[in-house]
Every structure is written in C-alpha cells, then in structure tokens.
Design a binder for this molecule. Structure first.
Ligand code: KG4
Ligand code: ZN
Length: 334
C-alpha cells in the first residue's frame, strides 16, 4: 500500500509543508518570515501571526504541487517541539484538525531528531551508528544515532547555542537577523587569525558559547574606544576570527566523541551546517581521520518540513502515532 504523509513545520520563523510518498520527499515548500529582520531575533508573537497567515496557502501549495488529494493522505505530521509555543500551536492545531477530519493518524515529530533524519532524504545516507553534530539557532548537540528513532545526546551546550553566538555577534556588529549567513559571507574575505578569542573549557562533550559572546562584546567596546570606525574597517577579519573560533570549538569536541565511541560515520545538521567553513572543515577532518562525512543539502540545513516528513515516514512504519490530545512541547526532549 502507498504511504502519503503531509508534514508541517512551524517551530520558529519558517512555515513549511512537505509531501512524502513511500519515503520519497516530493516537495518542501518554505515561507520565510522576514518580519524579524529588524528586531535582532525572532519575535514570538509576530512569528505566530505569520504562521497563521502562511499555513493554509503553504499546505495547499504542497498538496497541489505533489498532485495528491487530501483524501489520499495516510497521516498528518507536525513539529511537536522544541520551539516557540505560539508558533508550534499553529502547526499542531492545523495537523490535529486535519487528522480528525480525515480520520487518519497524527504524528508528532521532534524537531532536533528531524534535523538529523534529514540525512535520509537523499543519498548518500549515513550508516548506523553515526555521530551527528546538530547546530542550530536554539541547540548545539553531539548525538549518537543508533537507529532512525534511537538517539542519545552525548553532549550539548550549557548556555547559548552556536547559532545564537553567530547571531548575537552579528547584532553587535550592527548586522540584521539572522546574522549567521552574513558572518559566513564576510569571513570569506577575512583573516581568521587576525584576532584571538578565548575558549571556555567545559566538561565532557558539552559546549559553552556565552563566554565568547561576552569576550567579543568587551573586545569591540575596547577597540571602538581607540577607533570609532573599528568595526567598519575590520568587518571581514572580525567575522573570520569569530567564525574560526566557533568552528574550532565545535570540531574539538566532535573529534573527541568520535575517538571515544570509535565511530567513523560523522554527520552535521541544523541551520549552522549551512556554514561554508564548517562544511569545508568537516570534509578535511573526514579525510584526516578516515571518517565518512555527511553534509546536508542547503535546502535541508535550516528549518524545513522535508525533514519532518522523512521522520514521520519512519514513525509511520514503526506505528508510532500521537494522540489527538497531545500538546506542543516547547522543551521537547528525546
Ligand atoms: O535550524 P535553524 O534554521 O533554526 C533553528 O532550529 O534554530 O537554524 C538557524 C540558525 C541561525 O542562528 C542562523 O544564523 C544559522 O542557523 N545559520 C548560519 C548559516 N546559515 C544559517 N550560521 C552560520 N553560517 C551560515 N551560513
Ligand atoms: Zn531547526
């Protein structure tokens, strides 16, 4: 029998819908919310309102584009968490109503697991067990992935996520939100050794990015005192130096984890896996350490419903359904 699933992502500032047919993602329609650009971060209430406006047109477009009628759906999936409560509620409410009206199963998906399972949308696919460095605007985790739905967090950030470190640095530099891609662009023209930044030491495989953020704040304050145009004159070098430090920190712990768990399948995922230096460096480390490395296509790095769809497909096969009275979980664990 065919398996058609509609998947919805609405955890943060992207409203997205995707259709998956027998494990093949047919489309991945994304409406990005530009309304947050001038606020230096996502404004939760504005995100919820934009989801509310976008969700029906996006789902309609996904169904039409896939040429699948709603009566041919076998399940409806949605991001259950983690994420912003108001934003999650929009996707959850739609998914629940649709599942109830069509009398088909509901599948709640963990957004962080979905970032990892995005690796199973296209080839090459990792083999189990593998390590995944999941780096996004809200999370930084090293995950041991034993199977599609069997994952263990080996380490994570104790404070800010690495995406937040990128975005907050960008804000200090006067750049709009989200600043990660802009830092990446300026860094390509800069000297990564121009300015040294300190690294916070953390136990085990955990990370901490709040110290470096404060160090950057004080560094900029002191340099601007000497030269009011310091940022404008050194933008490329500042971005390259900050980015180099952040990527060094990420890879340091990842290498330790791969060694300790004797794993040579290593993946990256989440919004920050779109970063060009991280993509290059993981490839280099792969060659040095004889890892098989897996880097997602750009489309599946930042938030998207394709990754929710592939996760839902595996949950459907495992008959792992979600009751209609399930609530979104802003701090959902796995
Ligand atoms: O996974 P994602 O879309 O949303 C969350 O689940 O948080 O990740 C968004 C994060 C933002 O912090 C954004 O600045 C960062 O990913 N990001 C990047 C790049 N592209 C997106 N950071 C660094 N370099 C990039 N090229
Ligand atoms: Zn995400």
């Amino acid at each position: 029998m065919d398996i058609n699933i509609l998947a919805i992502e609405s955890s943060c500032d992207e409203t997205s819908a995707s259709l998956i047919h027998n494990g093949k993602v047919l489309n991945n329609i994304i409406a990005t919310q530009s309304v947050h650009e001038n606020f230096g971060g996502v404004v939760p209430e504005l995100a919820s309102r934009a989801h509310q406006q976008n969700i029906i047109p996006i789902i309609d477009q996904a169904l039409k584009d896939a040429n699948i009628d709603k009566t041919s759906l076998n399940a409806v999936a949605f991001t259950q968490g983690p994420g912003l409560l108001g934003a999650l509620l929009v996707g959850a409410s739609f998914a629940k109503s649709f599942a109830l009206a069509l009398d088909i199963p509901l599948i709640g998906v963990n957004h962080m697991q979905a970032h990892i399972l995005a690796h199973f949308i296209d080839d090459p696919k990792p083999e189990f067990p593998f390590l995944c460095l999941t780096v996004s605007g809200g999370h930084t985790q090293i995950v041991l992935v034993r199977d599609y739905l069997d994952m263990e967090i080996l380490g994570e950030t104790l404070d800010d996520a690495v995406g937040e470190a990128f975005d907050k640095t960008a804000k200090l530099l006067g750049l709009p939100y989200p600043g990660g891609p802009l830092i990446d662009a300026y860094a390509q023209k800069g000297n990564p050794d121009a300015f040294p930044f300190p690294e916070t030491s953390t136990p085990g495989f955990n990370y901490s990015f709040s110290g470096i953020k404060t160090a950057i704040l004080y560094f900029l304050r002191d340099r601007i005192k000497e030269n009011p145009n310091f940022i404008q004159e050194n933008m490329n070098d500042i971005c390259a130096s900050v980015q180099r430090k952040l990527i060094d920190m990420l890879l340091g712990k990842l290498k330790k984890a791969a060694k300790k768990y004797k794993i040579n399948q290593v993946a990256i995922s989440g919004g920050v896996s779109a970063n060009s230096e991280l993509r290059n460096r993981i490839t280099e480390e792969g060659i040095k350490n004889r890892w098989h490395t897996y880097i997602p296509a750009f489309e599946y790095c930042t938030d998207n419903a394709g990754m929710i769809a592939i996760s839902a497909h595996f949950k459907y096969l495992a008959k792992d359904f979600t009751p209609l009275d399930a609530f979104p979980q802003p701090r959902m664990k796995f």
